[in-house]
Design a protein. Structure first.
Length: 144
């Protein structure tokens, strides 16, 4: 089935929000090219290709239960797209140097993508990682 680029972006958010361990990465990964580039700018995480992307998805879902991406706006043409969203989760899994706090977070963000051959070839996510860390109790709200 062929999707419009705006439909691909809507599926991007829907598939990020699936917390069904056996299916979670494959639906999202199916929206990307084999040689995809995915960058989570605030965390300085860059993944290249579907195998690295799969590992990143597992890391996110293992660290954050109830992980959700709720779309607010979508715009796409034949070459590129942009989304604004709210990201939600609960920090229930340990990460290197960041033990689970059990606290929830909700932060706004945006994503810029480039399309190639009906799939996402390039993805860059932007959000305030300081807000995430404060809400999860990793960083004090007094830090400037």
């Amino acid at each position: 089935m062929t999707h419009t680029n705006e439909e691909i972006l809507a599926l991007w958010a829907r598939y990020w929000s699936i917390n069904d361990k056996p299916r979670e990465p494959e639906l999202l990964i199916s929206l990307f090219t084999e040689d995809c580039y995915y960058e989570d700018v605030p965390s300085k995480t860059v993944v290249n290709g579907k195998d690295e992307f799969r590992t990143f998805i597992h890391m996110v879902h293992n660290a954050f239960s109830d992980f959700q991406m709720k779309l607010e706006n979508i715009h796409a043409d034949e070459h590129a797209g942009f989304m604004t969203w709210m990201m939600y989760g609960v920090h229930t899994g340990d990460r290197p140097g960041k033990p689970a706090t059990g606290k929830a977070f909700a932060v706004p963000g945006s994503t810029y993508v480039q399309f190639r051959d009906g799939k996402i070839a390039h993805n860059r996510d932007f959000y305030c990682s300081k807000d995430v860390a404060i809400q999860m109790g990793i960083l004090s709200a007094d830090v400037h």
